[in-house]
Design a protein around this ligand. Structure first.
Ligand SMILES: Cc1cc2nc3c(=O)[nH]c(=O)nc-3n(C[C@H](O)[C@H](O)[C@H](O)COP(=O)(O)OP(=O)(O)OC[C@H]3O[C@@H](n4cnc5c(N)ncnc54)[C@H](O)[C@@H]3O)c2cc1C
Length: 158
């Protein structure tokens, strides 16, 4: 039988964006549920380049040092075509910017953020897929499918 649970915010997707949203919401005291349809974090990376501004935000969250220990500084980009250099970009920043660009595989970013939100009491609900949602004057009702059973989660729109 379908169960109903209520939360402040439902986040569908525990990639870097969903995890960052959960981290900031939890840091500011809101309740949230974080669901992902996958059974586990993917072992390969799409997002690799981390922007300086992201590192500033991670600094406020206390994550910048851990991230920098695992990251490689990104100084620029070289493009080769058939073995010949065709383009070169230097990633220079004004001296007042506290962090540079960094390369960190997406699974490492997700692992760091996952540990962070778990420390604030939010654990990713795996194998849980957002199927649909509908908004009325009282909030949003979302329909979720879990490995065990379909169920509902209510809360305001995000
Ligand atoms: C080839 C390629 C190279 C890239 N290179 C870079 C790069 O170098 N640097 C960079 O910053 N970005 C890069 N990107 C972009 C980067 O992948 C995205 O910006 C980043 O993954 C976005 O994070 P996300 O959390 O929004 O999405 P995703 O990483 O796609 O995560 C979405 C999550 O939501 C889950 N999900 C989706 N729908 C549902 C649902 N209905 N219910 C429950 N769960 C759901 C999925 O299972 C997944 O875990 C690249 C992208 C591609 C395709």
């Amino acid at each position: 039988m379908a169960r109903t649970r209520t939360t402040d915010v439902l986040i569908a997707g525990a990639g870097p964006v969903g995890l960052s949203a959960a981290a900031e919401l939890r840091r500011h005291g809101l309740r949230c549920r974080l669901v992902d349809r996958l059974p586990a974090r993917l072992p390969y990376a799409k997002a690799v380049g981390v922007q300086p501004r992201t590192l500033e935000i991670w600094d406020r969250m206390g994550l910048a040092r851990a991230a920098m220990e695992r990251a490689v500084p990104m100084l620029g980009q070289l493009t080769y075509v058939n073995g010949r250099e065709r383009a070169r970009i230097d990633l220079e920043l004004p001296p007042e910017v506290p962090y540079g660009f960094a390369a960190l595989p997406q699974y490492e970013t997700e692992r760091l953020l996952e540990e962070y939100v778990a420390g604030l009491g939010t654990v990713i609900e795996r194998e849980t897929e957002l199927l649909s949602f509908a908004q009325d004057r009282d909030g949003v009702t979302a329909r979720l499918r879990t490995a065990a059973e379909p169920r509902r989660s209510c809360g305001p729109a995000i």
